[in-house]
Design a protein around this ligand. Sequence first.
Ligand code: PHE
Length: 341
Amino acid sequence: MTEKTAALKKDFEMQILAAKNTADLESIRVGFLGKKGFVTTLMQGLNDIPKDKKREAGQAINTLKQFIEEAIENKKEELAKLEWQKKIDSSESYDESLFCSSEKGSYHPITLIQREVEKVFETMGFVIENYSEIVDDYQCFESLNIPKHHPARDMQDTYYLSTGQLLKTHTSAAQNAIMKKYGAPLRAIFPGRCFRNENIDACHENTFFQMEGIMIDEDISISNLIYFMKTLLSEVFGKNMDVRLRPGFFPFVEPGFELDIKCLICDGEGCPSCKDSGWLELCPCGMIHPKVLEYGGIDTEKYTGFAFGLGLTRLAMMRYGVKDIRIFNSGNLKAFSQFEG
Ligand code: PHE
């Protein structure tokens, strides 16, 4: 009897080694442990064995049975892992159920406002460009008429990488590349995350979002700029917005302006979000400096253009009545869940 079990064991070991999938494994299990399997048949044959050998034979069969059961379990795990890996490696690896969650998510308010603004500009024929967060000195400053040691750099201290590159301080950093990419005439918007060394409070963050826009064509003037900004703001807020233009200085525009909107949180009364002024600086803008156009390869004899740097984060605060800018980067899901997109 023990010889028989030893032979069966050998046979089993060979079969299991060759098993390629869980289906193979199941047929091996049935072949040995099933109702008519080898081991079961051996067990049933115990009755015909002389009494003095029965015990030894019974033990041998039981040991074999245990061995087979364990081996099958181990192999099952091994094969399952392999099959799983195959699934992951194959093109059908994406399985929605893997990420299933019963809770409904919501978009970040900045994403919502960005999409809204994009929609408005898209209908006015603007292309939307995505631009990297890491740029170089030329893109962020030099090409924007801000040479080294220019005092305008003081307000735009940022994170510098060991490569000499930096995290962009404003979306204007993409102007040069986009002018070179499309040439004139050109209508483009390019949203992006910006970084600055700031003293953080209710209305200042070191990481914030802007949406840059440029329009370059023949005979573009400041009235085109005012028209586009008014259209945008009334679309976003669903009403005529109170705005004011103040002169503003930026080396890459001439003339330059600050476009303010009346604070919607306090309706002009004064609150921490607007530094008690009743107005919120929303959109610095101006006519693109000829030098900047030149750097971008644009023919300045023929073309002029305007540029604006819309504060997307500010706009989101106004649109959703967020009183503290710090909430946007807080990762506070409870606060975000109220913004439905
Ligand atoms: N890039 C400027 C800033 O972030 C804003 C700006 C953009 C001003 C376009 C004028 C024109 O401060």
